[in-house]
Design a binder for this molecule. Sequence first.
Ligand code: B1M
Length: 212
Amino acid sequence: MAALSDLTAAVAAGQRPETIRLTQELLAAGTLPQDVVERGLVPGMAIVGERFRRNEIFVPEMLIAARAMKEALKILEPLLVAAGIQPKYTAVIGTAQGDLHDIGKNLVAILWRGANFKVIDLGTNVSAERYIAAAREHQAHLVGISALLTTTMPAMKEAVIALKAAGLTGTKVVIGGAPVTQDFANEIGADGFAPDAGTAVELARRLMGETT
Ligand code: B1M
């Protein structure tokens, strides 16, 4: 039987067909979808990051691994999202301006949908103006900003400050991504920070005043 460590190795090696096959096999064997994500796929991307940092692989290999992970997430998404429930809250999400990383942001969007939020996904490279316009248009209860690069943290700060200055009453702004911390969230005036997608769900629900 396939093990989660096999899936980690497949995604780290960027083996798309093998990543898909193992994801399906693990699910068929009863592995929980969130375990497939957190204990199978995410550690694979951490290995990719570490290899890139050590100059053992380069951008094309990172991209190939990211594609393999995205294919697996397509299979997992319907299982992570509860179907047929009328969303109670609206969230806008996007990756900070200048930043093209979207896997973590996509995961947060999937889990927010699963927690009964209507999610408007603005994609990557999102300017402060676009967050504000979308939050206004959709009367968002929540805006989420993701950043994976230390160089895009200033754009994240700019977006948070602009959103706060835009007078959007009742809109909470939350941030996350590998280089982001609670201290940074406090410093730039965000309403919350989550280190991972699961915690982003708890945070969103707490900010909406939901206790369970
Ligand atoms: Co890039 N990259 N990358 N990359 N990449 C990193 C981030 C890096 C750490 C790799 C390294 O050096 N070890 C490094 C950043 C260094 C730094 O800034 N300190 C880096 C670099 C340098 C770059 C380029 C500059 C490389 C170059 O061109 N020379 C370039 C930048 C392009 C750009 O954005 N302008 C670049 C490009 C790319 C690819 C396009 C090839 C690809 C992205 C493909 C895609 O996303 N569609 C890529 C990848 C795949 C990575 C790594 C390997 C994996 C990222 C990932 O998807 N992780 C990454 C190394 C790493 O992270 N260890 C790396 C899996 C994902 C599930 O985790 O996104 O952290 P993550 O999300 C988590 C949490 O952070 C959190 O929840 C998620 C799940 O629990 N979270 C939130 C995320 N967003 C949140 C929002 C929230 C709450 C929680 O609320 C709103």
